[in-house]
Design a protein around this ligand. Sequence first.
Ligand code: ADP
Length: 213
Amino acid sequence: MIELTKRQEQILQIVKDEGPITGEHIAERLHLTRATLRPDLSILTMSGYLEARPRVGYFYAGRKASNVISERLHKLLVNDYKALPIVVQESATVYDAIVTLFLEDVGTLFIVNQKGFLAGVVSRKDLLRASLGNKTLEDMPVSIIMTRMPNIVTIFPEESLFAAAKKLIDFQIDSLPVVRAEEGDGRSFELLGRVTKTTIAKAFVELGQEPMV
Ligand code: ADP
């Protein structure tokens, strides 16, 4: 993936409009010398934007659609797509957690400690499993069934949505807490949001609807 300079963009535009066109003519159009332009032309040729034919000149080769998609994909940031995290306190019961799951219409809950920092994660199946026993759910603290720190897979807001999707797949989980490390100890995390498989599906649909440029 390369970022084009302003001059390289200009060259592309000229070739798109007037190609096939010789290096000499491109230089003339930009009021530059052929020598000044040479590095730009070789970058554009090597990266597949332009094709050069001897004695004919430069053609616009276009980019492969897959490159364009991949480039756009890697630019999406967690911060712009994250949803609100649904949390319950560490002191809540499994019963409370199940009620919250239904009320908030989510599949995963994040558990926070008294200071409000991330302490655990509870999934649908964690709650179903707890319900299979004969124990009273009103008496069972959610903290005994949760997946706890430091085993929680997290993501930072400045990371890419692609990195988040990769973690969801690699760790076979449905939801990631978006966190910021607390100054100082570096082991406490403030909860900023969540990225779930739904978040990824929404971004995917959005990408498919946007016209490509
Ligand atoms: P489900 O269990 O409903 O299929 P998940 O696949 O998300 O939902 O959860 C699988 C297991 O992984 C559960 O035990 C859950 O506590 C745990 N888990 C969920 N999210 C995370 C996470 N971000 N980091 C670590 N463990 C997680």
